[in-house]
Design a protein around this ligand. Structure first.
Ligand code: B16
Ligand code: MG
Length: 213
């Protein structure tokens, strides 16, 4: 029986990947190379600086640490401008219904995201107060696939990792959840996402009944 649920943010609660993609693509354009939607898949669940390093690698470009700080900040400024326009209409289908169902069943839930912008996004979509705990890119020191983000989530909810369920749309996040000893539900295509315990295409397919098996 699940005692708590941990949610990834981007790709599970909201689709911010499209905003990340736009901001990274603009940066690549300025640096003089093409960055595709397919390339963007590699940045999902990856921290901002690691994402920049992957991007520069694709473009075969070397930059100093100082220049990298500048480029990452520039990308983030554009990304923040985009997410400042978000509202609750951008919450993915089935999410609000499932969160309500968890509350009715007294199952606490937390956020486990790599994003430093997670609190802002949750405020924009009106879900900031809904979560019992928020663990994000500001709190963690080791990025997914390290289990830190989910282990901290379990700790903040005062539950054992083994009784937590994780929802993740990124390969790195699924690995993090499994390393934390949790039951992991992959949100997306089972042919792309490896190693999860269960798969759904969207939160619309999820229910407390299904979690309890
Ligand atoms: P930020 P998640 C991740 O969020 C995104 O999937 C990833 O694409 C992004 O680079 C990362 O957050 C860092 O975001 O630049 O806002 O700190 O999927 O772990 O919720
Ligand atoms: Mg994600």
């Amino acid at each position: 029986k699940p005692q708590a649920v941990l949610f990834d943010l981007d790709g599970v609660i909201v689709d911010t990947a499209k905003h990340h993609f736009k901001a990274w693509k603009d940066l690549a354009d300025e640096l003089g190379f093409t960055f595709t939607e397919n390339d963007n898949e590699r940045l999902k669940g990856v921290s901002r600086m690691d994402s920049l390093n992957i991007l520069l690698n694709i473009g075969n470009i070397n930059k100093s640490d100082e220049e990298k700080e500048y480029l990452a900040a520039k990308k983030n400024e554009r990304y923040v401008a985009a997410i400042s326009q978000m509202d609750e209409s951008e919450i993915l289908p089935g999410v609000v219904r499932f969160l309500n169902e968890l509350e009715e069943n007294n199952i606490p839930y937390a956020l486990g995201s790599a994003s430093k912008n997670a609190p802002k996004i949750l405020k924009q979509i009106g879900l900031f107060d809904a979560f019992n705990a928020i663990v994000d890119g500001n709190t963690i020191s080791k990025a997914k696939p390290d289990p830190e983000v989910f282990l901290k989530g379990a700790e903040e909810l005062s539950v054992h990792p083994e009784s937590c369920v994780v929802f993740e749309d990124a390969q790195s996040g699924i690995e993090a959840g499994k390393k934390a000893g949790m039951y992991v539900v992959g949100v997306g295509d089972p042919d792309v996402l490896k190693g999860a315990d269960d798969y759904i295409k969207s939160m619309e397919e999820m229910s407390v009944k299904r979690l309890k098996g």
